[in-house]
Design a protein around this ligand. Structure first.
Ligand SMILES: NC(=O)C1=CN([C@@H]2O[C@H](COP(=O)(O)OP(=O)(O)OC[C@H]3O[C@@H](n4cnc5c(N)ncnc54)[C@H](OP(=O)(O)O)[C@@H]3O)[C@@H](O)[C@H]2O)C=CC1
Ligand SMILES: O=C(O)[C@@H]1CCC=N1
Length: 283
């Protein structure tokens, strides 16, 4: 991890996002909030409403085509779905051959070898796996660099992603599917649990507003304890669980229902899907 210096200095690279959807918006929002210069952030997206919203919300430069967006940019963030990545790379491969940018792919599954090949071969590629809490500066990103990435480019990618939360370098690329399954997709698991906890509160007679407040604030408080105190999750759980008390009754129900095995299977399914997305793009 590096320090969290926002990319405001004149030497901050011009960054082009190809794809301005949910994850790009989270990253861009986090970067701008942390002081990045919006005139040095360029975004391509085919959807006019997406472009208009990004310009209105963050003041970034917006373009209908990837080729326009990457002009002058030394860092390209590839933020389209894995299924269209190869086609999108084909749009910009000629520019990549000349400009030799750092390509930062946030796509699930796709390997650095695939991306490097699609960008003309021998391209500097960093795989980044961020998550949507980046929008509020509470993201988490795993990073992997291929052999073509130089130390300056590693620093550029780290500063870009550090603006929206902590980063961790992964040395074994195969582990990026596990990163994706834990922290990339992870916010959705928490939101699903929030939905279930809110619904259960309503079934116990609480109003929807009260159930939402109780559930959401509880998730916030528990998450802060997990991240701000140097105590294992199991210890924090035990501190809530009085012998023979209410929590014990609920936790037993979770354990008997196979929560741990279910989480294990869900994370394994996400990681397997990452591998499938990559394999689907092999020649
Ligand atoms: N959402 C998340 O939590 C996370 C997503 N990711 C990764 O981020 C990537 C994007 O995901 P997400 O933001 O959710 O997806 P979205 O569909 O929200 O965003 C992708 C955007 O790219 C646009 N697009 C399609 N083709 C092009 C093109 N040729 N040039 C420029 N833009 C194009 C799409 O337009 P259109 O709708 O018209 O196709 C869409 O607006 C994926 O690879 C995903 O694996 C990684 C971490 C977390
Ligand atoms: O669902 C997906 O495929 C992407 C990758 C991680 C989060 N969203």
């Amino acid at each position: 991890m590096s320090d969290s210096t926002p990319s405001t200095s004149p030497s901050a690279p011009i960054v082009a996002f190809i794809g301005g959807g949910n994850m790009a918006r989270s990253l861009i929002g986090g970067m701008i909030t942390r002081g990045a210069d919006p005139t040095r952030v360029r975004v391509a997206d085919p959807v006019a409403a997406v472009r208009e919203a990004l310009f209105a919300d963050f003041g970034v430069q917006v373009f209908a085509s990837a080729t326009e967006a990457v002009d002058q940019a030394s860092v390209w963030v590839l933020a389209v779905k894995p299924q269209v990545m190869r086609t999108v790379c084909a749009e910009v491969v000629d520019i990549a051959r000349n400009a030799r940018p750092l390509a930062v792919s946030i796509a699930a599954g796709l390997s650095s070898t695939q991306l490097s090949t699609w960008l003309g071969g021998d391209a500097a590629v960093i795989r980044a796996m961020p998550n949507t809490p980046s929008l509020i500066g509470a993201g988490m990103t795993g990073l992997f660099a291929n052999a073509q990435v130089d130390p300056t480019q590693r620093g550029q990618a780290e500063r870009l992603l550090d603006a929206v939360g902590p980063t961790v370098w992964i040395e074994d690329e195969a582990q990026m599917d596990a990163v994706t399954a834990v922290s990339g997709s992870g916010p959705a698991y928490v939101f699903l649990f929030a939905e279930a906890l809110q619904a259960a509160g309503i079934r116990q007679g609480l109003s929807a507003d009260t159930a939402r407040l109780l559930a959401n604030q509880t998730l916030l408080g528990a998450s802060r304890m997990l991240t701000e105190r140097d105590e294992p999750a199991a210890e924090l759980r035990r501190n809530v669980t009085s012998p023979g008390g209410t929590t014990h009754a609920a936790v037993e129900t979770f354990e008997q229902g196979g929560l741990r095995e279910l989480v294990d299977r869900a994370v394994a399914a996400a990681a397997a899907r990452g591998r499938e997305l990559s394999a689907a793009n092999d020649d």
